[in-house]
Design a protein around this ligand. Structure first.
Ligand code: S3P
Length: 448
């Protein structure tokens, strides 16, 4: 496990393109494998997490051609095996699929496999994935007639036996895009009309991509209003085939958020982050930054490849505390650790509530953020569903353990740049799960 020190080293300046979107890359590869022809995916993410998805679809029989680009992204061609391909190739016996650290793969793939008439698969992964709940997908799939079982009724390994599914109406108990996507994919193979009702809008890449692939997907009440309690109903009908067409992956705002927050916190900084995906269901952080008075601006471009994108400009300036909760939480779920760090530098109190889902990420991100930032001198209180930070306009520094969680590793690094004494991050290599060029990108902003 590598460790690295991040020192306060002067302003961050220059222009950056963040790595391609992780959520969209997972989905592009999975949907490409469900298709029948070759699906080109341009500028896909090359990372530990998405490599696990490429290996998984290859193990199921899909063709994977990958060409590395000069920017580190991959141009892919996924040779689809069709919606019923996995079952047709796995009539007897049981195949093991290693999902590595990839929660999105662990939750989406079962939706496809459960509806195969034949075959059996066991999904397992690393130590951290073995602590992540899969009952949240086992439960709706069982209601659809699926044959799924997991360790202690809750955890991986997850065993799936292909069978015939029937449609259900499923009200998500938690606002989770992964669970929603699992049920929608299963709905393609189920008899009848499958409906998912969200308690609050979550990222909608699956719906967009399925509709673009010719699947019959309808979304009622599409307005995404931050802090509105309105949910959405998504209806999917069975499909004989899908054709995802060409998929262009935008940059990942969840990755871009790390250099953006670094620029907001390090005095004298001003950076441009280009080619960032700005899907309305992903930009909760931008609303939070606005309320905090942060110097973050967005220049939107015309949507391409079904996803809006643009440039984010971030410059250092004073911040004020804010409250994050309700429908805003799923729209900023992966950026909430950064909100805690911003809160350390803000004037007044910053509170995140309604974020109990954070306890089920790559680590318990409430405990890890509170423990990690407190170790660096932050005044932060743990709550069952979030945290409260008293801003002091600065952070001392010290040491932070990533706990194998990529977003914790990058949080520690950004904290180090903004701190007084620097931060030693143990387990920095976890960043490669979503952002392999993280360290060199930060260094390039220092050199600029
Ligand atoms: C993801 C959805 C979110 C997010 C995760 C990726 C996805 O999880 O935290 O990093 O790709 O659908 P939940 O949907 O479980 O909240």
């Amino acid at each position: 496990m590598g460790s690295r020190r991040f020192e306060p080293g002067g302003p961050l300046r220059g222009t950056l393109r963040p790595p391609p979107d992780k959520s969209i890359t997972h989905r592009a590869v999975l949907l490409g494998a469900m298709g029948e022809g070759g699906t080109p995916v341009s500028a896909a993410l090359s990372s530990d997490d998405t490599d696990a998805t490429l290996r998984a679809v290859a193990a199921l029989g899909a063709g994977v051609e990958a060409e590395s680009r000069s920017d580190g992204a991959l141009d892919l061609r996924i040779g689809g095996i069709g919606l019923r391909g996995p079952g047709a190739r796995q009539r007897s016996g049981e195949a093991e699929i290693d999902v590595g650290n990839a929660g999105t793969l662990l939750r989406l793939l079962p939706g496809w496999l459960a509806g195969q008439g034949t075959g059996a698969w066991v999904l397992d992964g690393d130590e951290s994935i073995r602590r992540r709940p899969v009952d949240r997908v086992a439960e709706p799939l069982s209601r659809m007639g699926g044959r799924v079982s997991c360790r202690d009724g809750r955890l991986p390994p997850l065993r799936i036996e292909g069978t015939e599914l029937h449609a259900i109406e499923y009200r998500l108990p938690v606002a989770s895009a992964q669970v929603k996507s699992c049920v929608l994919v299963a709905g393609l193979l189920a008899a009848g009309e499958t409906t998912v009702v969200e308690p609050a809008p979550t990222r909608d890449h699956t719906e967009r991509m399925l509709a673009a692939a010719g699947a019959r997907v309808e979304v009622e009440e599409t307005t995404v209003a931050v802090r509105s309690a309105a949910g959405r109903r998504i209806v999917v009908r069975p499909a004989a085939r899908i054709d995802p067409g060409r998929i262009e992956v935008p940059g990942d705002l969840s990755s871009a958020a790390f250099p953006i927050v670094a620029a907001l916190l390090v005095p004298g900084s001003g950076i441009r982050v280009e080619g960032v995906g700005l899907n309305p269901t992903r930009i909760g952080l931008l609303g939070v930054l606005h309320r905090m008075g942060a110097g973050a601006e967005v220049e939107e471009e015309a949507a391409s490849g079904g996803e809006p994108r643009g440039t984010v400009l971030a410059r250092h300036g004073p911040l004020r505390g804010t409250r994050v909760g309700g429908a805003e939480v799923p729209l900023a779920i992966d950026e909430l650790p950064l909100v805690a760090l911003l809160g350390c530098f803000a004037d007044g109190e910053t509170v995140v509530e309604g974020g109990e889902e954070l306890r089920h990420k790559e680590s318990d991100r409430i405990a890890a953020v509170v423990g990690g930032l407190r170790g660096l001198g932050a005044e932060i209180e743990e709550r069952p569903d979030g945290f409260a930070v008293q801003g002091r306009g600065e952070l001392r520094g010290g040491a932070l353990d990533s706990r194998g969680d990529h977003r914790l590793a990058m949080l520690g690094a950004v904290a180090g740049l903004a701190s007084r004494e620097g931060v030693e991050v143990a387990g920095i290599d976890a960043a490669a799960v979503s952002y392999p060029s993280f360290e060199s990108d930060l260094a390039s902003l220092h050199a600029a």
